[in-house]
Ligand binder design. Structure first.
Ligand code: HEC
Ligand code: HEC
Length: 223
């Protein structure tokens, strides 16, 4: 058990490449050094987050709210720090995270631990299905090296899972990488978008939204 805990900490401690400022990194590491209490995370979540992200944290494609269930713990934790630090320009999230109850590293740690253990969305909103094969190829060529062959994400580098995510949300993020919407995006990620046009991005988002969590190793189109 102790070995396992140590292993988890080692895995989670790596995403420095994806972090913007030394202060963000300090806050992330502060939170990481705390013992997570997922039960407390569950209470906080139902009280403060479920109204937007849904009771089971599955988000809403229609409202462009991301699914959080089963997302990687390191990534969730990092995003919460980014919202607190304004490294990610989302007023809804920032206002909330600035409140006293949610402004503490322990709260971020508990929330991330709770959300990471939930079952991922099996019914994410999908695109029109016209170019899914093209999306699969482009994803394999440009994105899989960081986000994993089946969109499962990688703790190392805090590259998020992209499977089980809503089409509308994926597309919104992909279209905003070259704007200042997410100030923490590192050059390698921006570079990976070079050469991809609007149609490519739609195809990739459509493909990803159809990937289910069970498709861990293969690039299977499931719907
Ligand atoms: C008022 C609605 C609202 C509430 C309440 C809310 N969120 Fe969000 N959240 C959003 C929206 C909208 C986004 C997408 C932001 C964007 O497009 O960058 C988001 C994004 C996120 C993300 C980033 C997900 C990703 O894949 O990058 C995380 C993590 C998150 N929220 C966690 C939480 C937690 C934890 C709470 C409760 C403490 C919470 N949210 C409460 C609206 C909300
Ligand atoms: C060099 C590694 C790397 C490559 C290549 C890469 N990404 Fe990412 N991606 C990341 C990291 C790291 C993040 C998290 C950024 C952050 O911390 O906010 C991310 C974030 C994202 C997000 C936001 C997810 C969310 O939940 O908000 C999407 C969508 C995404 N990438 C799609 C893609 C696509 C599509 C490609 C290929 C065209 C790609 N990425 C290539 C590393 C990479």
């Amino acid at each position: 058990m102790r070995m396992r805990a140590l292993f988890t900490v080692m895995l989670l401690a790596l995403p420095t490449a994806a972090l913007a400022s030394p202060r963000t990194l300090d806050l992330y590491e502060d939170a990481l050094s705390l013992t997570p209490a997922p039960k407390r995370g569950a209470q906080l979540y139902q009280h403060r987050c479920a109204s937007c992200h849904g009771k089971q944290a599955l988000g809403s494609g229609e409202k462009v709210i991301p699914s959080l269930a089963g997302q990687l713990e390191s990534y969730l934790l990092k995003e919460l720090v980014d919202f607190v630090e304004l490294d990610r320009d989302t007023p809804e999230m920032h206002r909330l995270m600035a409140t006293r109850e949610l402004g503490k590293p322990q709260a971020w740690r508990d929330l991330a631990a709770y959300l990471a253990q939930l079952a991922p969305n099996e019914q994410a909103q999908v695109g029109n299905g016209n170019a899914v094969i093209h999306g699969a190829r482009a994803y394999a060529d440009y994105c899989a090296q960081c986000h994993g062959e089946a969109g499962e994400g990688m703790e190392q580098g805090a590259a998020p899972a992209l499977r089980s995510q809503h089409y509308s949300y994926l597309l919104l993020q992909l279209r905003s990488f070259d704007t200042d919407h997410r100030l923490n995006i590192e050059p390698p990620l921006q570079d990976s978008m070079v050469g991809l046009n609007r149609d490519d991005l739609e195809a990739i988002a459509d493909y990803l939204s159809r990937l289910l969590p069970s498709a861990r190793r293969t690039l299977t189109v499931t719907r």
